[in-house]
Design a binder for this molecule. Sequence first.
Ligand SMILES: Cc1cc2nc3c(=O)[nH]c(=O)nc-3n(C[C@H](O)[C@H](O)[C@H](O)COP(=O)(O)OP(=O)(O)OC[C@H]3O[C@@H](n4cnc5c(N)ncnc54)[C@H](O)[C@@H]3O)c2cc1C
Length: 470
Amino acid sequence: MSLFASPIPWFWREAAAWGDAGQMNDTIHEPARDLPVIGDYDLCVIGGSCTGVFAAVRAARLGLSVAIVERMGSLGGVATLSLVNVWHSPYDEVFQRRIFRGLTVELIDRLRERGAVRERDRDPSWAWAFNSAEMQIDLDELVAEHGITSWLHVLFSGPLIENDRLVGVAVETKSGREAIRARFFIDASGDGDLCTRAGAETYRASRHQPATACALFGGWDGLRDTDWQGLLRQHGCEFGLPEGFAWGAMVPDSEAYMLAATRVHEDCSTATGFARAEVEGRRQVRAIHDLLRKYAPAARLSLLALPARIGIRETRHVRCLHRLTGEEVLYGRRFSDAIANGSYRVDIHHADKPGITFRYLNGSEVYARPGYADVCSRWRSASDENPTFYQIPYRSLVPVSPHGNLLAAGRFIDADEQAHAAIRVMVNMNQTGEAAGAAAFLALRDNVPAAQVDLEKLRSTLAEGGSIMI
Ligand SMILES: Cc1cc2nc3c(=O)[nH]c(=O)nc-3n(C[C@H](O)[C@H](O)[C@H](O)COP(=O)(O)OP(=O)(O)OC[C@H]3O[C@@H](n4cnc5c(N)ncnc54)[C@H](O)[C@@H]3O)c2cc1C
């Protein structure tokens, strides 16, 4: 029937056919067929953010042949595609002890050579603000130098299992549906797409953190003497803006300001939720632009760029051998299988009220809401001893799954709401990627499943490769 023959508009009919979870309540049979294999590797990494790229580079440096499958046209994930251009401190919370190095610092060194990074010492809010466009090209160069194949504009769509073993992935490319074969897999897709479809158990936080569409603006300097956060609070309603949290950073070596001020409550791991989130994120960007044009016209702001993909903070998580808890993070628990160290505060973008709550390892807590004074309190008694950094154990990367040749890295690793709110920042996720890459090498070399990788050897391999192991 023609789209136009029904008295019900097509978009209502389409919406009615989709269930709450974003699944179509109907099926069409797809005949089974053999897929052409377009590549055969030791390791295949799904997702090309810095998490995935660093996993790939670590494994390649140890001698594995590696491919990255990335559904977008460039590497870098949220740091590039979603314009989020800020990384956090390599020191502990009191800035006394260096807690990570590795590929994060190597990449910053490359950006520094091009004048594409600004640096701040002793600031808990950020250590490095970088130019995301420069980073995209640096990542292309980094993977090329290591002989890694980047399959760009290639979407992972399903696991390929033979004799109960994960042997490949089905991918959608410009040429159609094809296959990539590998001996080991790292899921760095942010949403755990491979783990979920390969049968690992996943779960969702009761209130997942909202997504944000960032944007680049020109003319921001004109707002220097304007309380633009106050304007957003005062007039947001008039422009249909939810009250949330707003921050930003100048893009080094440019006139552009990266603004992160939208707040979208959709489940971006479903087709419908993801699409709605993109449209709503862009609507909010325009609403902010219009609001500031009306109430701060002298600034003459211009919209320079939108993200290639909305920034996603959280969707699902995968159940692993260990669920990292907020208590373990906030009390700085040490793990014998620690593979990452972090000091970024617990940072909860509330799903059920405006603003965000920061919880620090030193026991202090701040509730921040744009346009209002910060509310400061303590979540722990002042007399308690304070840790200065926390750790992520390797076991939180090992999915409980039928497949021993599969690891998780990135924001969907096993962490409760509060732990996730701290560890999700990129400098931490980058370290999970590096660890997964080294673990993949050891698992293949020793012919053992991911859960049986020699943990001492893993930590020493990471240390030899430039990571700080504590
Ligand atoms: C607005 C915003 C602000 C933030 N601010 C900061 C900040 O200031 N500093 C900070 O460090 N962190 C910040 N974060 C958090 C941080 O960006 C994320 O937690 C982190 O990027 C997660 O990294 P990831 O590698 O797990 O996922 P992503 O960066 O989301 O990368 C996943 C990659 O996998 C690809 N992919 C997904 N599915 C598939 C598939 N099926 N096939 C192929 N490829 C696929 C995606 O295209 C993407 O490239 C912010 C997040 C948001 C949204």
